[in-house]
Write a protein that binds this ligand. Structure first.
Ligand code: DX5
Ligand code: ZN
Length: 220
């Protein structure tokens, strides 16, 4: 649980070359690849859906960490399970039935993650903390890569870390948005152990070396 995991976000990659981009991620020692699904309703942007993830699966054995920014994500649980998603993380703000939706994800054989936007308090997570494998605290408003990390979110990471300890739960704590070799330290210090990074990693031509800069920062 406390081991650090790096999750390069494919949102920052070249969409016309997913197979090549996945190979690039595979050349690193990153534990996950983070896959952002956006529907143009929950967030203003549109990315891609389960069929694209199914095609990606044919080119990669990486752990697929799927972050759904879509309304009523429960509609897509079976599609993502069949596409080969390993972790399916859904927003509390996107469904009236977060508990049932997370149960559905688990029943489909995937790991279940729950995520909150910057404007949502951690209390919204309390009823489902006993169910989940991963809690994602957004450190930017979802929808786009390349935005600035919101430091105030670290209080939420600390609060969830404390809740986990007090209840004896066993889930990973992920952060997503504006993660680089500086902000990653604050996130780790607050208790996060899974770190999504998009633009910071993909802007580099040497992806493995860029991942290492995050590991170095974590070991500082
Ligand atoms: C934002 C996405 C992120 C995004 C992060 O809505 O959830 O996963 O790819 O991008 P960076 O690391 O550039 O902030
Ligand atoms: Zn994401």
């Amino acid at each position: 649980m406390s081991t650090h995991k790096i999750a390069p976000s494919i949102l920052a990659a070249d969409y016309a070359n997913f197979a090549t981009e996945l190979k690039r991620v595979e050349e690193t020692d990153a534990e996950y690849v983070h896959i952002d699904i956006m529907d143009g309703q929950f967030v203003p942007n549109i990315s891609f859906g389960a069929d694209v993830v199914a095609s990606m699966r044919k080119h990669s054995k990486l752990v697929f960490d799927c972050h759904l920014m879509v309304v009523e994500p429960e509609r897509y649980v079976d599609a993502f399970a069949q596409a080969g998603a390993d972790i399916m993380t859904i927003h509390v703000e996107a469904t009236k039935h977060i508990h049932g939706a997370l149960q559905k994800i688990k029943a489909a054989g995937m790991k279940a993650g729950v995520v909150i936007n910057p404007g949502t308090p951690v209390e919204a997570l309390v009823p489902v903390l006993g169910l989940v494998d991963q809690v994602l605290i957004m450190t930017v408003n979802p929808g786009f890569g390349g935005q600035a990390f919101i430091p105030e979110m670290m209080a939420k990471v600390e609060a969830v870390t404390k809740m986990r300890q007090e209840a004896g739960y066993d889930f990973d704590i992920e952060v997503d948005g504006g993660i680089d070799n500086t902000t990653i330290k604050a996130a780790a210090q607050a208790g996060a152990n899974v770190f999504v990074a998009g633009s910071y990693l993909f802007k580099a031509s040497d992806l493995p070396a860029q991942v290492q800069t995050l590991r170095v920062a974590l070991n500082d």
